[in-house]
Design a protein around this ligand. Structure first.
Ligand SMILES: [Zn+2]
Length: 206
């Protein structure tokens, strides 16, 4: 069992990010059994849930003439536009039914401000509004944040980078994540993670 100063951060393992979902991550469902095996070995688990209002500003449908996966400038910076996904209270926003981490202590919902996206579990996309997770983890004595989930190159990478910036030791478990990989975003994410001192590991090495 991993010690209490290590937390398994399970990012956005939700129906809409699964094959057939509104914003499907290729082979996203393959992370579920890997995460379930890991979860059994962690005393401390935090889950995240992308959790948008129906008119969220990251949805292409909110911008006339725009298509999903285009980028636009929003007041806080560049934003990729997405299909409508993970709307609050919908089946698509639910955690995958086979995810088994009943002892997880906290679910962080993110992206609930209409005007601001939040890939990161720690900081909204305006880069100024904290979610409160860093303070929670510090209060719990966590030193090491170990990341899994979807998608490697967006919500997992941003969460890992922000955990590093908040002073935690951070690892990303490669085989417990899957990527969207839009315009080389996966390779760029791994480069940014390496540059920030995030460890790239596998579930078998943990
Ligand atoms: Zn989202």
């Amino acid at each position: 069992m991993h010690a209490g100063d290590e937390v398994l951060l399970v990012v956005d393992v939700q129906n809409d990010f699964m094959p057939g979902g509104a914003l499907a991550v290729p082979r996203g469902d393959e992370v579920v059994p890997v995460i379930n095996r890991l979860a059994a070995r962690f005393a401390h688990i935090v889950l995240t849930q992308d959790w948008h209002p129906a008119d969220h500003s990251s949805f292409a449908a909110q911008h006339a003439g725009r298509q999903p996966f285009e980028s636009i400038a929003l007041p806080y910076g560049e934003q990729v536009l997405w299909p409508v996904h993970c709307v609050q209270g919908t089946t698509g926003a639910k955690l995958h039914p086979d995810l088994h981490a009943p002892h997880a202590q906290l679910v962080v919902r993110k992206g609930y401000h209409r005007e601001v996206d939040s890939y990161s579990a720690f900081m909204e996309a305006d880069r100024r509004t904290p979610t409160g997770l860093a303070g929670y983890l510090r209060d719990k004595g966590v030193r090491h944040v170990i990341c899994a989930g979807l998608a490697t190159d967006f919500c997992v990478a941003w969460s890992a980078l922000d955990a590093r910036a908040a002073g935690f030791e951070v690892s990303v478990i490669e085989d417990a994540c899957r990527a969207i990989d839009l315009n080389d975003s996966l390779e760029l994410a791994w480069q940014a993670l390496a540059a920030a001192g995030v460890q790239r590991t596998t579930s078998s090495a943990l």
